[in-house]
Design a protein around this ligand. Structure first.
Ligand SMILES: Cc1cc2nc3c(=O)[nH]c(=O)nc-3n(C[C@H](O)[C@H](O)[C@H](O)COP(=O)(O)OP(=O)(O)OC[C@H]3O[C@@H](n4cnc5c(N)ncnc54)[C@H](O)[C@@H]3O)c2cc1C
Length: 279
């Protein structure tokens, strides 16, 4: 039998993981699948498990000006139903999984699982979210882009818990989110895309573009976004040039969900739709 901890506070949880290597269990929707050996048999764990899903310090959602802080233990449903988050967040979080999974699956778990198909990731990359970790040594802040190192690999340290995600939601007036899956929900993404832009008097003043599930990590390229903002307007030639830049970077794989060819074509078409709408 594996040892299990159910701390009452974040402080207590941090003290436990500082002394002993534990498996952090939030909603468990990824962990239960990952640790399942075969159908009909309960998942088994090789390390002590610490349950953090009920910690109220991880359930806080707050907003001050353009800064939104989402507690890492907030479920997809809690985020989708919260009035402090912009409408497009709701679209992202309510198209993940099924209602039952959404009620327990957390944003922290989606990030720390570091799957290229994690549906919250393109949104968080696009908004250049800062992850705030806590350990008994204090707080560590790290941009999401630096935290995720590859499929299933992250820069988390053994004694840390992701406490919250800090997001500058900016002032985007053009938003385009697309999740392409076998079904509208209850399906992992074949491809996902988010495009955000602030367009004033026809001029692009800020733009963010992120592709999910089409490479080992989310594709978001600041240098291309800067080119678009510098241009301010996109004529036919600029549109073609931008698409070529992304085309070189989108190198998906074939897997059980889709083919590389399909993924790449869909990404470029979605990008085209978004850019046509902001130009
Ligand atoms: C049927 C089904 C459908 C799904 N559909 C989708 C989908 O459409 N889109 C999608 O993106 N995902 C989907 N998932 C995957 C999963 O539900 C999500 O990734 C979910 O957000 C994981 O959250 P969790 O709280 O359950 O994570 P857990 O399983 O508890 O943990 C996942 C990982 O994160 C770590 N972790 C969790 N919280 C913290 C924290 N606060 N600090 C440090 N480490 C932490 C854990 O140690 C573990 O390594 C699906 C899963 C299932 C079973």
């Amino acid at each position: 039998m594996v040892k299990a901890y159910r701390p009452n506070t974040l402080k207590e949880a941090l003290e436990v993981i500082n002394k002993e290597e534990c498996l952090i269990f939030s909603g468990g929707t990824d962990l239960m699948v990952k640790n399942k050996k075969w159908s009909g048999v309960e998942s088994s764990f090789t390390k002590p498990v610490i349950f953090i899903g009920d910690l109220k310090e991880l359930k806080v959602i707050k907003k001050k000006g353009n800064i939104v802080n989402l507690g890492a233990g907030c479920s997809c449903s809690e985020i989708a139903e919260n009035d402090l988050v912009p409408e497009y967040f709701k679209e992202v979080f309510s198209s993940m999984a099924s209602p039952a999974i959404r009620n327990i699956a957390t944003i922290g778990g989606n990030i720390c699982n570091a799957s290229p198909a994690g549906d919250s990731l393109p949104l968080l990359y696009a908004l250049e979210a800062i992850l705030v970790f806590e350990s008994t040594n204090g707080e560590r802040r790290i941009p999401i882009e630096e935290f995720i190192l590859g499929p299933g690999k992250s820069a988390i340290r053994g004694n840390e818990i992701l406490r919250e995600i800090e997001i500058n939601i900016g002032e985007f007036n053009k938003v385009y989110y697309k999740k392409v899956g076998t079904r509208k929900s209850i399906a992992l993404s074949k491809v996902s895309f988010i495009g955000l832009a602030k367009v004033t008097g026809g001029k692009i003043e800020d733009v963010r573009i992120a592709f999910g599930a089409c490479g080992p990590k989310v594709i978001k390229v600041k240098t291309i976004e800067n080119v678009i903002v510098k241009l301010g307007y996109l004529d036919e030639k600029a549109l073609g040039d931008i698409k070529k830049m992304y085309s070189k970077l989108i190198v998906p794989i074939d897997d059980q969900r889709s083919t590389a060819h399909y993924r790449k074509n869909v990404c470029l078409r979605i990008l085209d739709n978004f850019l046509m709408n902001v130009k």
